[in-house]
Ligand binder design. Structure first.
Ligand SMILES: *[C@@H]1O[C@H](CO)[C@@H](O)[C@H](O)[C@H]1NC(C)=O
Ligand SMILES: *[C@@H]1O[C@H](CO)[C@@H](O)[C@H](O)[C@H]1NC(C)=O
Ligand SMILES: *[C@@H]1O[C@H](CO)[C@@H](O)[C@H](O)[C@H]1NC(C)=O
Ligand SMILES: *[C@@H]1O[C@H](CO)[C@@H](O)[C@H](O)[C@H]1NC(C)=O
Length: 370
């Protein structure tokens, strides 16, 4: 009896101790986690998902004490207008960055260069008017990029060269009037492109991009409406629905310009880009020829090639006709000189004959020779 109750008491005591130790350990570990993930004052944080949310606080600068292991940083609806260069340099673990609904107008070239883990970048509804060509380098994992509702008038070519994982790109509601096909070719994973609500000018400059859009749709990509603003007769029409024949005049313009360009800088261009197919297949096309040579050199549509073929054939036919005409003229000359000689000899041989008879005889002779 007694030993049994003693054992029971010991067991109770032991389990209480165990519970206390456990509580202490839990409290300590919580403390440790908190000290590793200290939330910047007035922001809200979730230490489980490593998220820092400083949205809607009227802030005009980014807090400097963001934990370095932050994965998600939300900074929407603030008054941010400039970003000092190294502001994100300690946040290499960042996966999602949202700076939407601020007043950013310019982004320093290296601002995102340390964010190699970033998969989502939201810059919606700012005042960005220009982008640096090198802004998005070293972002091999980026899958979503939202640049909608800004003041972009053009997209520099080469800016998307290092985004092999990008799936969603929004350029909606900007001031774009034209896009370059070469800029979009490196986006091999792109699935959705939003280009609506821009003042598109559906002229020769957009023709190559139309080709790219058709290829992109064929590949299964989604693209929203690209409605023309200019020219007047295409206003409101979707560029993809405008038949390609509407742009036939472009290749004629190119031909006219092409001959002028070749006269000015023919030799370096033809040396710089030996085979057009080679320069197209490479992911990084050589910079040199594209700088020195017109775009036309790189990509020549079928109709232009056909036109060149026609010119060559016409030239050959003309040449043959010319040669035949020269031969005929030479034959005529020789014939005439022979006749003159014959005529003179005839006159020498029959000096006593009458003029009319002589002429008659002569004509007979000529007709028999002929
Ligand atoms: C980054 O971290 C280093 C060392 O922890 C610190 O000296 C530096 O000021 C930090 N930079 C920024 C922009 O917070
Ligand atoms: C854009 O941001 C401004 C100020 O940040 C806000 O007032 C406006 O409602 C936003 N517009 C859209 C379409 O989100
Ligand atoms: C990605 O984040 C991990 C930590 O989560 C870090 O060690 C690594 O350096 C980051 N990679 C890049 C490219 O920044
Ligand atoms: C040649 O191209 C320029 C633009 O590069 C254009 O403004 C001009 O009208 C073109 N000229 C002809 C004759 O096509």
């Amino acid at each position: 009896m007694l030993p049994g109750s003693l054992g029971h008491w010991w067991r109770n005591k032991f389990s209480m101790r165990w519970q206390q130790t456990c509580l202490l350990a839990c409290w300590l570990s919580l403390c440790a986690a908190d000290s590793l993930f200290t939330c910047p004052s007035s922001c809200q944080c979730n230490s489980g998902s490593l998220e820092v949310d400083c949205s809607g606080l009227g802030l005009s600068s980014i807090p400097s004490d963001i934990p370095t292991n932050t994965r998600i940083f939300l900074f929407l609806n603030n008054k941010l207008s400039t970003l000092p260069g190294p502001v994100f340099s300690n946040l290499s673990a960042l996966q999602r960055l949202d700076l939407s609904n601020n007043f950013l107008d310019q982004l320093p070239q290296n601002i995102f260069s340390d964010l190699g883990n970033l998969t989502e970048l939201q810059l919606r509804n700012n005042s960005i008017r220009t982008l640096d060509k090198d802004l998005l380098q070293h972002m091999a994992l980026l899958r979503q990029l939202d640049l909608s509702i800004n003041g972009l008038a053009q997209i520099p070519s080469g800016i998307f060269d290092d985004l092999p994982a990008l799936r969603l790109l929004s350029l909606r509601s900007n001031r774009l009037h034209s896009l370059d096909r070469v800029t979009f070719e490196p986006l091999v994973s792109l699935q959705q492109l939003q280009v609506g609500d821009n003042p598109w000018e559906c002229d020769c400059n957009l023709r190559e991009f139309k080709h790219w859009m058709e290829w992109f749709s064929y590949r299964g990509g989604k693209i929203d409406q690209l409605a023309c603003t200019l020219p007047k007769e295409l206003k409101g029409k979707d560029m993809r629905m405008v038949p390609m024949e509407m742009f036939n005049y472009c290749s004629q313009l190119e031909d006219e310009n092409g001959s002028v360009v070749l006269d000015n800088s023919g030799p370096p261009c033809t040396k710089g880009s030996p085979t057009p197919s080679k320069s197209k297949s490479g992911p990084e096309p050589e910079v040199e020829p594209s700088v020195g040579c017109p775009q036309k050199q790189k990509y020549r549509p079928v109709s232009v090639r056909r036109a060149i073929g026609t010119v060559i054939i016409a030239g050959v036919v003309c040449g043959i006709v010319c040669i035949m005409m020269v031969v005929a003229a030479a034959y005529g000359c020789i014939y005439a000189s022979l006749m003159a000689k014959y005529h003179r000899e005839l006159k020498k041989r029959q000096p006593l004959m009458g003029d009319t008879e002589g002429e008659h005889e002569e004509q007979k002779q000529i007709s028999s020779v002929a």
